[in-house]
Write a protein that binds this ligand. Structure first.
Ligand code: EPU
Length: 429
């Protein structure tokens, strides 16, 4: 199993290219199931989760080919995928695959919408919370699918097709909103989705679906309207930049000190996080190439923040912000309201010398003078990368174990950071 070795204390200077968003790429790839024609996706990040979803879609009969490099292209450019679901040969998504990546459960919606049936394994538990799929099932039922749970599988049928309806989510859900939009696109009639997720990745997927011939309006607001169409065509779409990767590297620079251009980053995708960092004393400058983040010798001020759905501060940056706040001058508070168990990084940060006290969903972080390197590990990708951030400012050597978590969501992390002066390397085996 690979590990990452970091010697802390070096500032970061230079340019970090921001990749296409993982959490847009995955539903975009799944949306390919809605059409017989080819969907071409540009700016796709090279991630373990993308490769795994390729395999999962392959099981349904989907052909995915990676486009060849064009002149002048480097590893900093995303890849181009040509995805063809001309022949769906299997509407079952098996347990062994769905448990490896929860988002693959979302194949339920396009399979039922296009094929009238699907058998998709329930994903089971997760390291960051219970993460049920009841709202996704409710959305499919509202659209007329008959659903049974059989031997750990969701068996959904809509032999005469789905029917437009009103779907009101009791709680904002990204996966629920993707499910509702994809299924409603091929339903008969109009669907109104209330309390919809407003995340930029929802907007990106709907933009692509509209290029494919769907009629979706209101994305980016809490009320989305989908007029169903009889069929969808192929299209070409470029994945939007990853706001969580952007925020992660912004916090890495804030932690280590230095001056970095986050190339291709778009400030409006993470304005709340950028405002908060600025309030803490980090320089944030939007430029026409991306976002510049800088911190010199200045101290970090503590913060108070609560995670919540977009446009509030994202849960996917909570662990990274906590790592940063371990070095603030004073006491910070972070309340996690999206996932009930997303604090697995806390005890690992404590191993590096952080002072963090947990009470239910509220973490109190007392800033310390220094962190000291140690071997650490984490159970999900955002928690793992928070340890990398802490290690960049810790004295001496930190070994981050279980690097496969990082590989799921961060493209060439050690390469991007070492090019900017970090002492970071991957130890294989
Ligand atoms: N929820 C339910 N029932 C449901 C669905 C959700 O109770 O049927 C609850 C969840 O347990 C959670 C809340 O609703 O408490 C929000 O969950 P949501 O459905 O929004 O999460 P998701 O769609 O499963 C996506 C991202 C996550 C990100 C969350 C929140 C992808 C592939 N995953 O998950 O990303 O944290 O939205 O923004 O888009 C990550 O990338 O590290 C990651 C975990």
């Amino acid at each position: 199993m690979d590990r990452i070795r970091i010697i802390g204390g070096r500032p970061l200077n230079g340019t970090i290219p921001i990749s296409g968003a993982k959490n847009a790429t995955l539903p975009l790839m799944i949306a390919s199931l809605l059409t017989k024609e080819t969907l071409i996706l540009d700016n796709v990040p090279r991630l373990a989760d993308v490769a795994l979803l390729q395999r999962i879609l392959g099981n349904h009969g989907v052909d995915v080919t990676v486009g060849g490099k064009r002149a002048g292209e480097t590893a900093d450019h995303g890849q181009t995928l040509h995805i063809s679901a001309a022949h769906i040969v299997d509407t079952t998504a098996p347990y062994e695959l769905v448990t490896k990546m929860r988002a693959s459960f979302w194949v339920l919606a396009p399979l039922v919408a296009r094929m009238g049936q699907a058998r998709v394994s329930l994903p089971g538990g997760c390291a960051i919370g219970t993460r049920p799929v009841d709202f996704l099932i409710m959305a499919m039922e509202r659209l007329g699918a008959q659903i049974e749970i059989d031997a750990g599988y969701v068996v959904a049928k809509a032999p005469k097709g789905l029917k437009g309806s009103e779907i009101v989510f009791p709680k904002v859900t990204v996966g629920g909103t993707h499910t509702a939009i994809m299924a409603a696109s091929l339903a008969d009639g109009t669907t109104v989705i209330e309390n919809a997720a407003r995340e930029p990745e929802i907007v990106d997927v709907a933009d692509c679906l509209n290029k494919m011939g769907a009629r979706i309006s209101g994305t980016g607001t809490g009320r989305i309207v989908v007029e169903g169409v009889a069929g969808l065509n192929g299209a070409r779409h470029s994945v939007l930049p990853d706001r969580i990767e952007t925020g992660t590297y912004a916090m890495a620079v804030a932690m280590a000190g230095g001056d970095i251009l986050l190339q291709n980053a778009r400030p409006e995708l993470l304005q709340t996080a950028l405002d908060l960092m600025q309030a803490s004393g980090v320089q944030v400058t939007p430029t026409n190439q991306g976002i510049r983040i800088a911190r010199n010798e200045s101290e970090l001020a503590p913060i108070e923040v609560t995670t919540a759905p977009f446009p509030a501060f994202p849960t996917d940056l909570q662990a990274q912000l906590m790592a940063l706040m371990t070095r603030a001058r004073g006491t910070s508070h972070i309340v996690e309201t999206v996932f009930e168990n997303r604090f697995m990084h806390v005890q690992e940060l404590v191993r590096l010398g952080a002072r963090i006290h947990l009470e239910g969903e509220r973490a109190t972080i007392e800033g310390v003078e220094r962190l000291k390197g140690a071997p650490v590990m984490a159970t999900d990708l955002r928690a793992s990368v928070s340890l990398v951030i802490a290690a960049l400012a810790a004295e001496g050597e930190t070994i981050v174990n279980r690097v496969y978590h990082l590989d799921r969501g961060f493209e060439r992390l050690e390469d991007k950071l070492s090019r900017c002066g970090a002492a970071i390397e991957r130890l294989s085996g």
